[in-house]
Write a protein that binds this ligand. Structure first.
Ligand SMILES: *[C@@H]1O[C@H](CO)[C@@H](O)[C@H](O)[C@H]1NC(C)=O
Ligand SMILES: *[C@@H]1O[C@H](CO)[C@@H](O)[C@H](O)[C@H]1NC(C)=O
Length: 325
């Protein structure tokens, strides 16, 4: 390596450390409780024992789709920074046998094997946004559970019984075994017609192809072992459907006052399922998706921007200043 290159690397390393340090310092200074100041309790203090995991295509056929992916990742980085989480976001298939939405399983399995110190992985599809930025996941409610998702325990055996787009999955032997078993289901399904029939019988309303959500539903329906440590979160919107929320113009608000931080209003997560932002195929629903996505994104961004005394006006690109007490 040339001397100049070495110096460049050294400068880059020092700069990175300095920037991260300054960022933490400035956030702590700005956000710490001081009189009635907008405050946050957890910044840069928590151990990074939760890792947000997401994944997306390297690029979209639709230009707006690329913006959606960028905004989606920024949203997760913001939330992670506020809550002291890590973020993992590969844009590649990490296992050639597990492509499409199966990449989720491959990425989670890989992360679980490598990141031993992480206690929980928080999977989010790339078309899901966190929209209640200060809501805290009630981790201690999940003692005795290794998998938590939005769903309905009475609908086990139905394709929509558990939505696999947003998952909390503990770093444990049970979870690793579950992921391995999901992969076995996928492998069997490829070649074994008897098995394909068995899966379709077991999972009502499943699409003809085998996605990971069908495989989850199959395993939950088939075995008590997998149901025993699976929790269905219904108390807050761990995986809210995008059509369910109107992003009304908030007017000038201080985000501190605006939300009860209950993860329901606004939903903790807003999932733009069915929008297909990336394919490049235009449709009426895609136009509605894009508009709603932008409003949800700006609503989340406003909550983060509050400390800087600015916000997006009317949930559009236009900015205005806002008073912080
Ligand atoms: C992919 O699947 C084939 C057939 O099941 C198997 O032989 C191979 O080892 C798998 N490759 C990886 C990387 O797991
Ligand atoms: C195909 O699936 C059926 C049903 O699960 C199973 O009994 C059988 O052993 C499988 N066949 C092979 C070759 O794995």
């Amino acid at each position: 390596m040339g001397v100049r290159l070495r110096i460049l690397y050294a400068v880059m390393a020092v700069t990175t450390v300095f920037v991260v340090f300054e960022l933490c310092l400035s956030i702590m200074n700005t956000w710490k409780t001081r009189g009635g100041e907008l405050s946050d309790d957890f910044l840069c203090e928590n151990n990074p024992e939760v890792m947000i995991v997401t994944s997306s295509q390297p690029h979209c056929a639709d230009a707006d789709g690329n913006l959606v992916l960028l905004r989606s990742l920024k949203n997760k980085v913001d939330y992670a920074r506020l809550h002291g989480f890590q973020v993992l976001c590969p844009m590649e298939n990490v296992d050639m046998n597990l492509t499409g939405n199966w990449n989720k399983i491959a990425v989670l399995r890989g992360a679980m094997r490598v990141h031993k110190a992480v206690k929980w992985f928080f999977w989010m599809d790339s078309d899901a946004l966190i929209t209640d930025m200060l809501f805290e996941i009630p981790w201690n409610r999940y003692n005795g559970l290794d998998l938590v998702a939005m769903g309905n325990p009475k609908q086990v055996g139905h394709y929509l019984g558990l939505n696999a787009g947003v998952l909390l999955i503990r770093n444990s032997e049970w979870s690793l075994k579950l992921l391995d078993t999901l992969v076995e289901v996928q492998q069997q399904f490829k070649t074994n017609v008897t098995f394909q029939r068995a899966v379709r019988r077991m999972v009502a309303n499943s699409p003809p192809w085998l996605g990971d959500q069908t495989a989850f539903a199959y395993l939950l329906a088939k075995s008590k072992k997998w149901r025993a440590r699976t929790g269905f979160e219904e108390r807050y919107a761990l995986n809210g459907f995008w059509k369910g929320t109107e992003w009304a113009d908030p007017g000038k608000v201080r985000p501190k006052d605006a939300f009860p931080r209950d993860g329901r209003s606004p939903p903790f997560v807003t999932h733009f399922a069915g929008c297909s932002f990336c394919t490049g195929q235009q449709s009426a629903v895609l136009a509605e998706c894009k508009e709603k996505f932008a409003r949800a994104f700006f609503s989340a961004t406003n909550q983060v921007l509050a400390v800087h005394g600015v916000q997006h006006k009317g949930l559009t690109e236009t900015m205005e200043s806002v008073e912080i007490e």
